[in-house]
Design a binder for this molecule. Structure first.
Ligand code: LMR
Length: 333
């Protein structure tokens, strides 16, 4: 065989293995995400790296790239499909643009009262069926990772639904979140996570919704005067891998990585609530932001204003899927 062809054949065989390296070189997994290391997702990713490298005795090297260092929200999903990175953990609110609208069921306001409700869905048949939908996009779903319940931040106090009128609110790329803010009379604007701080600082947006751990680690509280403890919705993640890469791994390595993912998931989901509680305390201690607690009447007004979003989104998400979530949690709105 001529040298040229030999080289080409060698390259092809490497590609065929989904980029897996030669026996003497570690298999490199680039794991990109958009949040800080000091968050539930950031810590779970680091823990996965540690376990994966230890348990494969260095045969696998996991390079974690936090804080949108490599890619922003939309780009990272494209990069995964192209094989430029092997693993991600995007928010469940970011799968719509891939054509996986069903994931937006997690964005419905007040669909979960607490983590227990959520786990009944992620750890049950609904979670399994959602993960299965990723395959047609060349993606394998490995786990659901928790973050937490959202607060609203803004430069004006948000106590009543009417307070949102005309406010420009940053959202993740979810049509359900778009509908949620429109139901409140606000003007939603899709924006990459890495751009939110500056948009708040310069007044491009008035406010947003996020978990306390994201607000604190992105220093959003320094550029937002008010934070409402609304717990109106949830942010969590699907940990995903490029399917060709994952399926091309040697079977023993894949099994070890699945075990590492299982244990990193237990660890990350265990610390998520505490991380968010601590972040909220740090925001309070910073004294940059007034914390608003809603009265029972105000909470009920928010729920009433947002209840229609569930019905409105039946066409997009699927009435059956919404019903399945209600059944799993035992709590229709
Ligand atoms: C956001 O864009 O606000 C979040 O999805 C970021 C994240 O990954 O938690």
């Amino acid at each position: 065989m001529k040298m040229r062809y030999l080289i080409a054949a060698l390259c092809l065989s490497t590609v065929g293995m989904g980029g897996a390296a030669r026996a003497d070189e570690p298999i490199v997994i680039k794991f990109s995400h958009v949040v800080a290391t000091d968050t539930p997702k950031g810590k779970a990713a680091e823990y996965f790296k540690k376990l994966a490298e230890e348990r494969t005795h260095g045969k696998v090297k996991v390079e974690v790239y936090p804080n949108s260092q490599l890619y922003k929200d939309k780009e990272e999903l494209e990069a995964l499909q192209l094989g430029s990175v092997q693993m991600l953990a995007p928010s469940l609110a970011k799968f719509g643009p891939l054509g996986l609208k069903e994931f937006e069921v997690f964005d419905l306001p007040y669909i979960f009262d607490n983590y227990d409700d959520l786990h009944k869905v992620t750890e049950g048949p609904v979670g399994k069926s959602l993960m299965g939908k990723l395959e047609s996009k060349g993606i394998v779903g490995l786990a659901f990772w928790d973050n937490g319940f959202k607060v609203m931040t803004d430069n004006k106090p948000l106590r009543e639904p009417a307070d949102f009128r005309g406010h420009k609110m940053r959202i993740q790329s979810s049509k359900v979140l778009d509908a949620q803010f429109r139901a409140l009379g606000a003007i939603p604007q899709v924006m990459a996570f890495s751009e939110v701080y500056q948009a708040m600082q310069t007044g491009v947006v008035d406010g947003s919704e996020n978990t306390p751990s994201n607000v604190y680690t992105q220093r959003m509280h320094e550029v937002q005067k008010y934070l409402t403890l609304s717990n109106h919705g949830y942010i969590g993640y699907a940990v995903i891998a490029n399917k060709k890469f994952w399926d091309g791994l040697p079977a023993d390595i894949r099994t070890t990585l699945e075990g590492a993912m299982h244990d990193a998931t237990v660890y990350g989901n265990d610390i998520a609530k505490k991380e968010n509680d601590e972040a909220l305390q740090k925001i309070k201690d910073a004294h940059t932001t007034e914390i608003i607690e809603l009265t029972p009447e105000q909470k009920s007004d928010w729920r009433k204003a947002l209840a229609k979003v569930h019905r409105q989104q039946e066409g997009r998400i699927g009435k059956d899927l919404i019903q399945q979530v209600y059944q799993a949690t035992g709590k229709p709105l």
